[in-house]
Ligand binder design. Structure first.
Ligand SMILES: NC(=O)c1ccc[n+]([C@@H]2O[C@H](COP(=O)([O-])OP(=O)(O)OC[C@H]3O[C@@H](n4cnc5c(N)ncnc54)[C@H](O)[C@@H]3O)[C@@H](O)[C@H]2O)c1
Length: 244
């Protein structure tokens, strides 16, 4: 039976690249996104051309009831949940002293609580199956911090702490949990940055090129593969050497 992968925030950007890569490897794909359902369905239809089963859900990762319902439905319709990729994420940048409380709360709610909600929903299923792979997309700034991103950095550092704790608790049940820390990746999220910021980023990347969504998808593909069965609780930087 084909394995099933849930990828959050996968209507576009890095999530879409991850979903496409895993589909190419034969996983049935569940697209989760808060954007209009037509966008997610369009992505699902593109991915279905690779010959796998796909389904798109409009679901806000911050809403635990909605998340639990979706995961239950996927498990009964697809027969298992083998992979969860926590990828949905947002930024609300601003200097710390001026950062609004609502911008702090929202970024934590989506990036960290959203990761908790989906991980919490799939963990019992994976434990029962005695197999499963959880990969959460953190960020280089969750490791080293970044001026103007106190909320985002805190959320991404939180994802790393959550990942390591879950990895320790689920290891004996055949479930691994790892995080990926991308550097600068060209997506709609980073397209809004000024040319000055983009140039400064490029300067800081030893490989002198921006990351592509496929670079992150390749790392996810490895971490959910049989080759990575003895790897858990790790943070894999995929950043052209920015952080080492
Ligand atoms: N682009 C980068 O340089 C970079 C670097 C490090 C980490 N990341 C992380 O990678 C992940 C993907 O980023 P991206 O650049 O592809 O961003 P993106 O904005 O292009 O895509 C994010 C997707 O998540 C969805 N989403 C947002 N809030 C949601 C919610 N509450 N519920 C469900 N879906 C929601 C959006 O609709 C969108 O489709 C994020 O977690 C981001 O923090 C990105």
């Amino acid at each position: 039976m084909a394995k099933t992968a849930i990828v959050t925030g996968s209507a576009r950007g890095i999530g879409k690249a991850i979903a496409t890569k895993l589909a190419g490897e034969g996983f049935n794909i569940i697209i989760i996104d808060a954007c209009p359902i037509e966008n997610s369905e369009e992505t699902a239809a593109e991915i279905a051309k690779l010959g796998v089963k796909t389904k798109a859900y409009k679901c806000n990762v911050t809403d635990s009831e909605e998340v639990n319902k979706v995961v239950e439905e996927v498990n009964s319709e697809f027969g298992s949940v083998d992979v969860l990729v926590n990828n949905a994420g947002i930024t609300r940048d601003g200097l710390f002293v001026r950062m609004k409380e609502e911008d702090f709360d929202l970024v934590i709610a989506v990036n960290l609580k959203g990761t908790y909600n989906f991980t919490r929903a799939v963990a019992p299923i994976m434990m029962k199956q005695r197999s499963g792979r959880i990969v959460s997309i953190s960020s280089i700034v969750g490791i080293q911090g970044n001026a103007g991103q106190a909320n985002y950095s805190a959320s991404k550092a939180g994802v790393i702490g959550l990942t390591k704790s879950v990895a320790r608790e689920l290891a004996s049940r055949g479930v691994t949990a790892n995080a990926i820390a991308p550097g600068y990746v060209e997506t709609p999220m980073t397209a809004v940055l000024s040319d000055k910021v983009k140039e400064a980023m490029l300067e800081a990347i030893p490989m002198k090129r921006y990351g592509q969504p496929e670079d992150i998808a390749n790392a996810v593909s490895f971490l959910v593969s049989d080759q990575a069965s003895y790897i858990t609780g790790q943070v894999l930087s995929v950043d052209g050497g920015m952080h080492m």
